[in-house]
Design a binder for this molecule. Structure first.
Ligand code: ASP
Ligand code: MG
Length: 412
């Protein structure tokens, strides 16, 4: 079998942990597998390097930033190769520009276009454990590029797809994908399996186990990903096609997610006539601000309120812009609320079940929680609520949709 394993920053944070990674890779190698190991930088290293760059300029040169931050992965690759050799196993590090993981030239968020296979295959044939630093690639001109934060996941999945690996394991500091954040709800359960689409929704809603792009990649090339902990034994969570979930008990909702990173902007008493929404959101998008939820009220006396949510980091900018916009279009006023939370339920079963939305709203209302905005997709429903009720909402929804772990005793 050809196995691709990826180890995240906490799994390689010091020499002791790198030794642990080496032993895990060796155990697979000993079973007769060909091994490719993708590593992240030591935890905190990418941030440290970015801080250095930002100590020089607010917007440091993007090409040079990639030269800088790609070094974190290079360090752990070399250390892991040395460790394996010291344990008596042949290993070799092959950098992104040596494999030739070819990307476009968008520094800091490059996309992989192609992976040349020959170098890696040659080293595997020579019996070596091949170490590939995650996160880095090279563009057609030979410039070093990086794949965006968390990009080592994508390196691993892309290698697994390109080399047709039999198994792609992503080792991290949690033992799988959970029904919700265990820090918020102690009854959260590890899922045995989750579909690509559910994982994409969960990832975009703030569950940070895998880089979103790696899941998109896995879906496109049908690479099942096994998410596991490098520190505790366990079977992990398999991220796979919906078709491969069939054996699972049919659950309607697979997970509850929670995000506090958004803010809500409302433009009050907007004249209700064609072109106003277009005007508002063209301005917002031209400022490169990503909008999530949009709500427009029914109009009264020819005016309406338009509310939208943006990342908290963009709230001030959006507010300022809307103040100018309100004057221009003759709206009454603008308000901003940063104390909001977004709770969402995600599940493939929603497509075929009626009454999921009404159940969600009833659960929230039974807790006395007011819903300020709602958005839905085929397999997701999100509600914006006051931030102080966020954790309560997660716990109530988790229970109501039957996700609570049974082995945790009810308190009281
Ligand atoms: N080291 C990079 C980061 O911190 C990439 C990764 O770890 O996946 O974002
Ligand atoms: Mg990660």
């Amino acid at each position: 079998m050809l196995v691709v394993q990826k180890y995240g920053g906490t799994s390689v944070r010091d020499l002791e942990r790198i030794g642990n990674v080496a032993r895990k890779a060796i155990a697979y190698k000993e079973k007769g597998n060909d091994m490719i190991v993708v590593v992240s930088a030591m935890s905190g290293e990418t941030d440290r390097l970015l801080n250095l760059a930002h100590g020089i300029a607010a917007f440091p040169d993007e090409r040079e930033v990639d030269v800088l931050i790609s070094t974190g992965e290079q360090v752990t690759s070399a250390l892991l190769a040395m460790t394996l050799k010291s344990m008596g196993y042949d290993a070799v590090s092959v950098l992104g520009c040596q494999v030739r993981i070819i990307t476009d030239s968008s520094f800091g968020k490059a996309r992989i276009n192609d992976i040349e296979k020959e170098k890696i295959l040659q080293e595997l044939r020579a019996g070596k454990i091949v170490i590939v630093p995650g996160f880095q690639g090279v563009d057609e001109e030979g410039n070093i590029t990086t794949l965006g934060r968390g990009g080592s996941d994508t390196t691993a999945v892309a290698l697994a797809a390109g080399l047709k690996a039999d198994l792609c394991e992503i080792y991290t500091d949690v033992d799988g994908v959970y029904t919700t954040d265990p820090n918020i709800c102690d009854k959260a359960r590890r899922l045995d399996k989750i579909s690509y689409d559910e994982m994409l929704e969960m990832a975009s809603l703030g569950a940070k186990v895998l880089q979103i792009r790696s899941v998109e990649f896995a879906k496109k090339y049908n690479v099942p990903i096994l998410v596991k902990s490098s520190l505790v034994e366990g079977q992990g969570t398999l991220v796979c096609r919906e078709e491969d979930m069939m054996s699972m008990e049919k659950v309607v909702v697979s997970g509850v997610t929670y995000s506090k990173n958004e803010a809500k902007v409302t433009v009050n008493k907007v004249p209700d006539k064609p072109g106003i929404a277009a005007k508002i959101f063209t301005a917002v998008s031209e400022a490169n601000i990503v909008v999530d939820i949009i709500v427009q009220n029914i109009s009264h006396a020819n005016t309406t309120d338009i509310t939208f949510t943006v990342a908290k980091a963009d709230a001030k900018k959006a507010y300022k812009m809307m103040e100018g916009m309100a004057k221009e279009i003759g709206a009454d006023s603008v308000s901003v609320d940063e104390d909001i939370a977004k709770v969402s339920i995600v599940g493939l079963g929603m497509v075929s079940h009626a009454g999921i939305a009404s159940k969600m709203f009833s659960v929230l209302s039974a807790e006395g929680i007011n819903i300020e905005a709602i958005t839905t997709s085929e397999i997701k429903i999100s509600c914006v609520i006051a931030k102080k009720y966020g954790e309560l909402a997660v716990q109530a929804l988790h229970k109501a949709f039957g996700l609570d772990r049974e082995d945790v005793k009810e308190e009281n």
